[in-house]
Each structure stands twice: as C-alpha cells, then as structure tokens.
Design a protein around this ligand. Structure first.
Ligand SMILES: Nc1nc2c(c(=O)[nH]1)N[C@H]1C(S)=C(S)[C@@H](COP(=O)(O)O)O[C@H]1N2
Ligand SMILES: [Mo]
Length: 408
C-alpha cells in the first residue's frame, strides 16, 4: 500500500471541513464576543480576589451596597455565556488543529503552543467554575487559587495567540467594512467616502450567497444559545431575571426566612454550640475583653439595613437585617472606629472560621452584628445567635455564628 501523502491529506481534510461557518471572519466575530466575556470575567474576578485576599493598596468600595452583587453576578453570568461561545469558536477552527505538518516554523509552533495552552486552561477554567456554582467540589486543589492562576495563564496565552494571529484578525475585522460597502451595491448611490473598493476575493466570498446566510444562521444560533443560557441562569444574581431562573442552582426567596443557605449548621458542625443557651460574644482590644450575652446585645441600640448576601458562586439575595452596628461594639472596648478586626466563628475549623475586616467596613454604620433577618430572630441556618453583615462584601466574608471579635 502507498503511504498517504501528507499534503494531499491536508487538502482532503480542508475540503472535507470547508464550510462558510469556518471562515476567518466568523472566527474573529466569535473571538470578539469571547474577548468581551473573558474581559468581564477577568476584571470582576480580580476585584473579587482582591476583596478576599487584599493587597496593601486595595481599595474597598462599600457603596453602592450592591457593588459586589453586581460584579460577581456579571462574573458568573459572563463565565456561563463563555461556554457556548468557546465551543462555537472551537468548532469553527478545529480542522486547523488537524493540519499537517503539525509544526512549520518557530512562529507556527509558538502559535500552536499558545492555542493549546489557551484552550486547555479555558476549558478547565469554565468547567470547574460552572461546577463550583453547583456546590460540587470534586477536585483535590483549592478552587480559588487555581481559578486565579488559571486566569493569568489564559490571558498570557491569549495575548500570545492574538499577537501571532494579528494579520488574520485585521483581515477578518475589515471583512465587515467590505461587506457593508458591497451590500450597498454599485448602482445605489455613492458608497461611504474613502472606503476601499472591495477586493476581488472579498467580492467573490460575498457572492457566495448560501455561505453568507449559513454563517449568519450559525452566528444567530450561537447568539440564541448564549442568550438562552444567560437568561435561564442569571436570575440567581439579578432579581428582575429571577422568574426565568431554570438552571441556576439557587433561587431567590427560597430557604429559611426567604434567603438561601450556603452551608448549613450541620455541615459547619455548630448547631450544639449555637443553641447551647450559654452563648455570648466576646469583644477584645489590647488588654480589654467584654462579653455580651444575646440579651445584652438586644438591649443595645439597634439598626436596620437592607443589604445583600452575594455569594462568590453567583447567587445573591437582598434582605432586611437588624442588629448592633459593629462600630458601637468597637467603641465599647475603647478602640478607635478606624480599627481593623479579626472575627472568629463558633465553627470549629475550616476556612470560614476566621475573617478579617478592614477598617473601611468597621467604620461603616451599615456594618452590623445582625440578630434579626427579615423581621424575625435569625434562623440557626443564617447564623444564630449573631452574624456579620457588611455592605459590598463577598458572601464568604459575612461570617455566621459569631464567637469573638478581636480589634487589632
Ligand atoms: N461561619 C460560617 N460563616 C459563613 C459560611 C460558613 O460556611 N460558615 N458561609 C459563607 C458563605 S460562602 C455565604 S455565601 C454566606 C451565606 O449566608 P447564608 O447561608 O445565611 O445565606 O455565609 C457565609 N458565612
Ligand atoms: Mo458563598
């Protein structure tokens, strides 16, 4: 038997996969949508990471109180939208991956390596991110650190990919200009001044009417799919879309006191400690230590605030909280208002046991040691006897089942 000629094989493959939905133009259009969703994910992701792991220069916006709700809602929604977009883009280019010879030059090998890295990192990022929102953590690595570092890998490989592909991107970008001019037609008055005449190749492509339409149909299909996925999940983050929430894991208005619960008292192993009846909150500053029983906290001046719980996993819920402004407790031990805190939960172990609160939130009169939620005593699942609620912070920092507040 004769060995297949790689060149012929490549041509045969190209013919086999030739489709108007696999044009450079389509790839560029999808690439632009993806660039937008990836940029939204990246910026909101950096914000979320900064709030949880603040660098020394971090700016903490506490207003508007829904700032984190919005930013994390965008993060998870844009991430979900990226899944159909990335799959469509992959479909539009995958014959490229089968081309022969696999490596032609240094630039070519760089291009392939950057694409391989970009694809692997993006697929891992999007699937683990999605799975994470369903409260399923089937991996042995810490999610947040991995998610954070993968984002940098994605952007590094993406910039390399864009640099290598710049000529194709410019060509595909201009495709739109050519088509507009062409659609106007030679007899229907002057085309826009200064616009270059469509090239022969461009005109040829444009005359291939079926191709044009099926590319459009493909893009419409991708757009509709992406829109549908967004509309049926974004209701976990945006109240006005909440009636359409079919697939997102948590729905607004469900759970005790009409607020979803992220981790239950049983999972946190705090039920006995929280319900013991001997509970008190200890507040310490230097040598001073004061304890407040629940009755003592209830006897202090109370404040009511409408504040959201906005989970890093995308769901959020605005609720009415009532309790003691934390700065009053800071004053009670003689500490200045602009102190930072270290808050500890009754929860015996794990990452939720300790939380740091920068001075920005301590000074804020809206930051409460909450004792009530939506007009009733805090449910055990929401942190009874007392929990933290602060404006503009990720849900993971809204510590439930308080034990001590250390003024630093
Ligand atoms: N001690 C403690 N506090 C906690 C948690 C926890 O597991 N343990 N979960 C956090 C997370 S991830 C979120 S989103 C909010 C959810 O609050 P909720 O369960 O009252 O809705 O509480 C936060 N506070
Ligand atoms: Mo959360």
């Amino acid at each position: 038997m004769q060995r297949p000629d790689p060149q012929k094989l490549t041509e045969a493959l190209a013919a086999r996969f030739a489709s108007p939905t696999r044009s450079t133009r389509l790839t560029v259009v999808l690439g632009r949508w993806l660039a937008l969703s990836f940029t939204v994910c990246f910026l909101t992701g950096l914000f979320s990471h900064g709030l949880q792991n603040p660098p020394s220069w971090m700016f903490f916006p506490a207003s508007p109180v829904w700032i984190y709700q919005l930013s994390q809602g965008l993060h998870v929604t844009a991430g979900i939208a990226s899944i159909p977009l990335l799959l469509a883009k992959l479909w539009s280019v995958y014959p490229e991956l089968l081309k022969w010879p696999p490596v032609k030059s240094l630039a070519h090998s760089l291009e392939r390596a950057s694409v391989a890295l970009f694809l692997a990192a993006s697929l891992l990022q999007l699937t683990t991110g999605l799975i994470n929102t369903y409260k399923w953590y089937p991996w042995p690595f810490p999610f947040r650190e991995t998610h954070y570092w993968l984002a940098w890998v994605i952007w590094g490989s993406l910039l390399l990919h864009i640099a290598v592909k710049l000529p194709a991107i410019i060509a595909g970008w201009n495709g739109r200009t050519v088509r507009r001019a062409e659609l106007r037609g030679p007899d229907r008055g002057p085309a826009t001044g200064g616009m270059p005449a469509p090239s022969a190749a461009g005109a040829q492509g444009l005359n291939a009417a079926p191709g044009r339409w099926s590319r459009r149909a493909f893009l419409t299909g991708v757009g509709v799919t992406t829109g549908a996925v967004v509309l049926t999940t974004a209701g976990q983050s945006f109240a006005w879309l909440s009636p359409l929430n079919l697939f997102a894991p948590r729905s607004m208005g469900t759970g005790p006191q009409s607020v979803p619960v992220n981790r239950t008292s049983a999972e946190a192993k705090v039920a006995d400690l929280a319900m013991s009846g001997h509970w008190s909150l200890a507040v310490t500053y230097k040598g001073t230590r004061r304890t407040f029983s629940l009755a003592e906290l209830q006897a202090l001046p109370q404040q009511e605030q409408e504040l959201p719980i906005a989970c890093v996993e995308g769901w959020s819920q605005v609720a009415r909280w009532r309790g003691v402004p934390i700065r009053d407790l800071v004053s009670a031990v003689g500490a200045p208002h602009d102190s930072a805190l270290r808050v500890t939960s009754l929860e015996p172990e794990g990452p939720y046991r300790h939380m740091s609160m920068p001075a920005k939130y301590v000074q804020d009169e809206r930051t409460l040691v909450a004792l009530e939620l939506n007009g009733a005593v805090l449910d055990l699942e929401h942190g009874y006897p007392a929990r933290i609620i602060a404006p503009g912070r990720p849900g993971v920092l809204q510590t439930k089942w308080l034990q001590t507040v250390e003024v630093l």
